[in-house]
Design a protein around this ligand. Sequence first.
Ligand SMILES: [Zn+2]
Length: 405
Amino acid sequence: MDSTERQKAASDLDGSDVADHRAEKRKAAEARELERANKEGLAFPLNTKPEGDKTVEVAEGIHWARIPLPWSLDHINVYLFDEGDSWTLVDTGSNGNRGKAAWEALEQGLLDGRPVSRIVATHMHPDHLGLAGWLAERHGAAFYITQAEYLLASTLWLGGTEAVPEHEVKFLFSNGVDQSYEPAIRGARFDNYRRGVSALPATYHRIEDGSLITMGGRRWRVVVGRGHSPEHACLSCLDEPLFIGGDQILPSITSNVSVHAREPMGNPLAHWIVSLDRMRAVPGNPLVLPSHGRVFIGLQQRLDALIGGHIEKLEALHKWCTECRTPVQTFPALFRRKITGMDFYLALGEAIAHLHLLEALGLMTREPREGVNHFTATGEFDTDTLLASTTKLPGISMRSLTEVY
Ligand SMILES: [Zn+2]
């Protein structure tokens, strides 16, 4: 999801007003999802979705459940695989009482007394692995995740502090945040990741691009995506047209792709676009099981829309920066709505990610003025060659999917 380590770990308690407001927002989001789906040619073949402890069987022995999240994105989809005498889970929800209560209800219901033997995490964001440690300990389950995700999760979990570190403050100022926000920035906490994630399992089983694992009696190939997180695992079923998309491919929202203060010169958008492009070679037309929203058909159409959306933003940004701009000053070219609250951090990270890709392609120049980055467009923006040029950047290209399968 768009939950980064910065995401607000809000209270688990809801007032009824808040709950009503959320229900309204959810309905509106669902209406938008359908509208977009029609436009893009996606189909939602199941007429139902999980609610409370009611799960939906998406294929024989594969059950879709929702775990509530204490954020504006109010749920994560998790998938449970019937292994006969036990269960395999993909993703867990974030740490907190509501998530734990949801799992306790599933244990009483669907799990029917059988233990969880394996937990697979698609990536390190709190809504995906926040309860992995808690569940692993409760059931004696093994934990499966890619190495980069496990190591980054460990770093963030161990590095959480109440005080905001200097390099975070510097990062914001150097990208155009006004110095008058300093008290608010320093007043924020920096331990949200640790609060959203129960102590990580102390050991893990490493999965990698191309790894083969069996879940629910079927063979699944790990397909790694990058950019939203460093080594995100999608799972492509070899025996049935099914694809677990995680946050790499969502039906109605675009996952956050941000430059973070710990890697201020990073180029995550290049990784994101190229790893999405590589997924165009996923065979067949699978039912996609995403981490948010509804399961859908239309992987190719959605990949086209996601990649196309970023290319449009890059072009708009290139035009907007005919005049020299700081990252904060690029928001009008990238976002239609007013950016407030925690969304500001996500928006800033995304704006910098778009600027850095243009810079790497020689389409943007950077000039630090009094410690603040200013960007000015240069060269000709060419929609047709952008993807090919991005693939050629150092360290970006991945082996073809035909080699992975
Ligand atoms: Zn995520």
